[in-house]
Ligand binder design. Structure first.
Ligand SMILES: Cc1cc2nc3c(=O)[nH]c(=O)nc-3n(C[C@H](O)[C@H](O)[C@H](O)COP(=O)(O)O)c2cc1C
Length: 298
């Protein structure tokens, strides 16, 4: 079996064969298939070359009418990327990640290159378990608010992915609902409208905590990181018994997004609004594997 070069000295490692590498990368791409995505569009493709798995935006899957600049699709790709990273870490793999866009190939969003597999053992296993348990919870949030410790855990997970979470005060929630609903009775995003789930009306959400994912710049690379942060926060929330519902209505349209930005005192650029609550639905057990992921092999 062909071995992979460039394993640093000093680490206890498994002998790495090309087949083990391919197996790990395919498993990572499959784990990514469980990631949340706008309207369940799964707008990503993977390309496997040697020991590198590259993530591509699949432009054909962008939901044009709600996502003109592709930001929600790229956030979704970021969530898939984070899922893949967690799956690899859970198997003890260390990797080099490159998020720098290639001007010649702008749809190539990131790549993961496997470096070594350590006997130090798997990492992030609770988040790995959350991958199969996580789901969008659109049921009303009526009970007590989430505990400070739960919110702290989610915030820390988001921050570790270089994105921030601004927890809204009750007044800001009302202002935001007005801005985001644009005259509609509730601030349901494109997702629930099209999927047909009930809108997240304020009256139904007395126990909810609303928070904005935001950052200091507003470029595709930031949206990718926002997606990684969304995944990190959401998987942490799942492990902590917190339900998450993303609400894209607040950020879908430029004018609304700018109004939200001004409303939060221009602390940064808003990427996505999240509704957090105490999870009431017990996780209904591991879900079925998603449809086979689109993976090109070179
Ligand atoms: C960027 C992004 C925006 C989303 N916006 C909404 C939304 O506005 N309303 C909603 O009900 N769900 C929204 N969702 C959740 C998706 O609809 C959901 O992830 C998808 O249908 C797959 O279901 P699952 O999360 O249960 O696996 C969003 C997800 C992402 C990643």
């Amino acid at each position: 079996m062909k071995s992979v070069d460039a394993v640093p000295t000093g680490a206890t490692i498994y002998p790495i064969g090309a087949q083990a590498v391919v197996h790990a990368l395919l498993a990572a791409a499959n784990a990514a298939g469980f990631a949340p995505s706008i309207l369940d569009s799964q707008p990503w493709r993977w390309r496997l070359t040697g020991n590198t798995l590259a993530l591509y935006l699949d432009r054909d899957r962008i939901v044009d009418d709600v996502d003109v600049d592709g930001r929600l699709a790229i956030i979704s790709c970021g969530a898939a990327l984070h899922h893949a990273r967690i799956a690899l870490a859970a198997e003890g793999w260390r990797l080099k990640m490159n998020r720098r866009p290639d001007p010649a190939d702008p749809d190539r969003l990131a790549s993961l290159r496997l470096e070594e597999r350590s006997l130090a053992g798997p990492a992030n296993t609770p988040l790995m378990s959350s991958i199969r348990l996580r789901r969008t919870d659109r049921s009303p949030v009526t009970g007590a608010r989430i505990a400070a410790a739960q919110l702290k855990a989610v915030t820390a997970a988001v921050r570790a992915e270089e994105t921030s979470l601004h927890v809204l005060y009750p007044d800001e929630v009302l202002d935001l609902a007005r801005v985001a609903s644009g005259g509609r009775p509730a601030w349901s995003g494109s997702g629930d409208r099209a999927i047909g789930a009930g809108p997240a009306g304020l009256a139904d959400d007395r126990g909810a905590t609303f928070a904005l994912l935001y950052g200091h710049t507003d470029e595709p690379e930031d949206w990718l990181r926002a997606g990684e942060a969304l995944s990190a926060g959401w998987l942490t929330a799942t492990a902590a018994g917190v339900s998450v519902l993303p609400l894209s209505a607040a950020v879908e349209v430029v004018a609304t997004r700018q109004a939200v930005q001004i409303m939060i005192g221009c602390v940064g650029y808003p990427y996505l609004l999240l509704r957090l609550g105490r999870a009431t639905m017990p996780p209904s057990g591991p879900r079925r594997a998603p449809a086979a992921q689109v993976i090109d092999r070179r």
